[in-house]
Write a protein of this length. Structure first.
Length: 92
């Protein structure tokens, strides 16, 4: 509901296209970095069609994964403290 109200284009273009996405998030802390509506409007029509095509759900899931941290909430302090310019290893 929060995404639908505050980031409607991100939610409708990307997140809602992933089967069972909301059921899989229930009762687990997570963080989503949403693109603003201004950014979503600028996505070219060809890319929007690719994302919305049900045959491309794997591509849409991968795209959404860049915006999603399933291992808990990311606080403002953590964002400011950690070096996000280098990839994290599997163990953190």
């Amino acid at each position: 509901e929060f995404l639908q109200e505050n980031y409607p284009l991100f939610e409708s273009t990307i997140f809602s296209k992933i089967p069972n996405v909301y059921a899989s998030l229930k009762n687990e802390p997570f963080t989503i970095f949403c693109a603003s509506d201004a950014v979503m409007v600028d996505i070219d029509q060809k890319r929007k069609l690719q994302i919305s095509d049900p045959r491309n759900v794997e591509i849409t899931e991968k795209l959404a994964s860049y915006h999603f941290i399933p291992t808990g909430k990311v606080t403002r302090e953590r964002l400011q403290r950690e070096d996000w310019s280098v990839p994290k290893t599997a163990d953190g």
